[in-house]
Design a protein around this ligand. Structure first.
Ligand SMILES: [Zn+2]
Length: 379
């Protein structure tokens, strides 16, 4: 039977929150499952930003709140389905930040594989009781001055750095560190310490060590880029200060011989675009909640496509099993083609032209030759 578009309550009640009010949105199933690992941290960050005084903080709170609100199902040119999660890509969104950290680690691994003799350095700025914004300015100026010193130039060709901000919540103090992977020659710790003190005037905490495992050290730096758990524990006022002070700053960057290599590339975090829109996952899930047979079948088929699909479409309380069987490509493409017809949002769905009235011969029931003979005898 030809699939029929669904209309009625579930779809007509579907309105994206960005189209309606400025209230805190209700967490959707896909959102809850995709962000489950960072649920507490995410809530704290959203509340802190919502409570913030600037309009920019409010906007960011809203954007993070809507991250993965209703992932879209789309198909590529070959008819295969793919997911577009509609991520917020905000630096304070724990999930997006972890994804960004992975991309950064991958790019840094590629970069430092080309280093002759990598070394891992940590430079710490002494706390002065200043605002985080002022501290960040001081840190970046000190590092720029350090790179100009002859002692630095003699030992370091280039490298990549990542900035990490920590907070002593008891004392209410900010601490800023630079983690740097440098390419160069043996740099005595005492000389580095003296150089760092010279440019900062008050800081002499430095650490330098060889890098035995390049992928591992890139992983560390990727982790410094994404530390949602720490941020969430700072309290609302500190989260707001952090959000404002770090806005627009480069947190990972290259210098010297590595200058110009992109390690934090926006293109990495951009989701695949294009393709053909099939439907919103929320539309599909709302029909599944009504036990719509076609929705259940489509979800079972798509959920077997990978862990991300399962997170978007299947709730743990759902008792169904697909027995581990992976549906065939044809079955998946059929399910998607069917979903495209029946679950597309009604406001965007263009109904097909009405079918021509059935011709008379179509509705006559064909009679078998034996039946005709029987009828003649009976008549
Ligand atoms: Zn996000």
């Amino acid at each position: 039977m030809k699939p029929q578009p669904r209309t009625g309550t579930p779809l007509s009640s579907f309105v994206h929150p960005s189209e309606t009010t400025d209230q805190r949105v209700t967490t959707t199933g896909p959102q809850y499952r995709l962000h489950a690992r960072w649920h507490r941290e995410r809530e704290q960050i959203i509340l802190a930003l919502r409570n913030g005084s600037s309009a920019r903080c409010q906007r960011r709170a809203r954007r993070i709140d809507l991250c993965c609100f209703s992932p879209e199902i789309r198909t590529a040119g070959d008819g295969r389905p793919f997911l577009v999660l509609n991520c917020c890509r905000d630096r304070l969104c724990p999930r997006c930040q972890v994804q960004r950290g992975k991309h950064v680690a991958r790019r840094i691994t590629g970069l430092i594989l080309g280093f002759n003799s990598p070394r891992f350095m940590t430079l710490t700025l002494a706390h002065k009781g200043e605002s985080l914004d002022a501290m960040m300015d001081r840190l970046y100026i000190a590092f720029r001055d350090l790179r100009k010193l002859p002692v630095w130039r003699r030992h370091v060709k280039g490298g990549v750095f990542a900035c990490q901000v920590t907070r002593n919540t008891k004392a209410g103090e900010w601490h800023a560190h630079l983690h740097i992977i440098v390419d160069g020659v043996y740099f005595p710790q005492t000389q580095l310490k003296a150089a760092w003190l010279q440019v900062t005037g008050d800081s002499e905490i430095v650490d330098i060590r060889p890098v035995p495992d390049r992928a591992k050290i890139a992983g560390y730096v990727g982790d410094y880029v994404s530390r949602p758990n720490e941020v969430a524990g700072w309290g609302w006022a500190a989260i707001e200060e952090f959000a404002e002070a770090m806005h627009g700053r480069r947190l990972v960057h290259t210098f010297g011989s590595a200058h110009g290599v992109k390690v934090e590339d926006e293109a990495d975090t951009r989701e695949p675009g294009g393709g053909t829109f099939v439907c919103d996952s929320l539309s599909l899930l709302k029909w599944r909640a009504k036990n719509d047979a076609a929705a259940v079948a489509t979800i079972m088929c798509l959920a077997a496509q990978g862990p991300e699909w399962a997170k978007v479409l299947v709730d743990k309380s759902d008792a169904w099993e697909h027995g581990g069987a992976v549906p065939s490509d044809t079955a998946v493409m059929d399910a998607v083609a069917q979903a495209r017809v029946i679950y597309l949002r009604p406001e965007t769905w263009v109904p097909p032209p009405p079918a021509p009235p059935a011709a008379r011969q179509d509705i006559l029931i064909p009679v078998a030759p034996n039946d005709r003979r029987r009828r003649r005898r009976a008549g």
